[in-house]
Design a protein around this ligand. Structure first.
Ligand SMILES: [Zn+2]
Length: 256
């Protein structure tokens, strides 16, 4: 897990509050990829009891099955042959095979394997280091709330991953119309800052995140009591609007 537990819980709760408003499954890009035959299996990491209930309801409505493997919830269509997947997934060793069965692009599960086989954790920073700017917003996976793809792309311009993200987004557009589609694209285009082990996104749902003193220091501010990160704030620090990246302190994920 690449972000701090507490933060993850907060994100997951926000996710559920937002899905509360939805009558359908469109908010779950993973469920979309399953129902529209882009993937055979998906998994969701330990959802809260609330979201578990919602996901279960969606599964019942759309004829999907859900089983628990360790702390993961594996979901698939009821007519799917699961024997091979469950065995491999449970052993957790053959990450290449798992990547294939989960329907991830070849270049990406190979990239994952390169690190996984050496015992190195893969996260958005691993992708960051293998990417040239500008990053494609289709692959913005720094926020659980708005991520369309569920794997770690080999780089933030990976063609196969962009293709998958576009397909899912076009289904969302088809199901829900242009307005929601545009809203999602806007959210994906938000920049993210990785700082002190946490991710912050600018303007995400217009919810200002409280910032602690450690984070504020990265922006050259001593007192963070009422600060929230947004672009204007950064511009007020550096008049040209650019952030000087101090590698040890924070990384800017610049999605365009
Ligand atoms: Zn790739």
């Amino acid at each position: 897990m690449w972000f701090e537990e507490q933060r993850f819980k907060k994100h997951w709760n926000d996710y559920i509050i937002n899905t509360e408003k939805c009558k359908d499954y469109w908010i779950y890009p993973e469920i979309i990829s399953l129902l529209h035959n882009l993937r055979r299996f998906i998994f969701i990491l330990g959802p809260s009891p609330n979201s578990f209930y919602k996901i279960k309801k969606i599964c019942n409505t759309y004829g999907l099955k859900m089983i628990t493997v360790d702390d993961k919830f594996v979901i698939y269509k009821s007519d799917e042959d699961t024997s091979e997947f469950i065995e491999i997934f449970q052993s957790g060793k053959d990450d290449i095979k798992i990547g294939i069965l989960l329907g991830y692009p070849k270049c990406c599960y190979k990239f994952y394997h390169k690190y996984f086989s050496k015992g190195i954790e893969v996260n958005p920073i691993t992708t960051y280091k293998n990417s040239k700017k500008p990053f494609s917003f289709y692959l913005n996976n720094t926020q659980k709330l708005t991520s369309v793809i569920s794997h770690f792309p080999c780089n933030y311009n990976c063609k196969k991953s962009i293709e998958l993200s576009k397909k899912i987004l076009s289904i969302i557009k088809e199901l829900n119309g242009n307005e929601i589609y545009k809203e999602l694209i806007d959210l994906l285009k938000n920049k993210s800052v990785f700082c002190k082990g946490l991710y912050f996104t600018f303007k995400e749902f217009n919810v200002p995140y409280p910032v602690n003193n450690d984070i504020a220091k990265c922006f050259g501010i001593n007192n963070a009591s009422k600060m929230s990160i947004n672009e204007n704030y950064i511009k007020s620090i550096l008049p040209d609007g650019k952030i000087k990246i101090a590698k040890e302190n924070f990384l800017l994920f610049d999605f365009e």
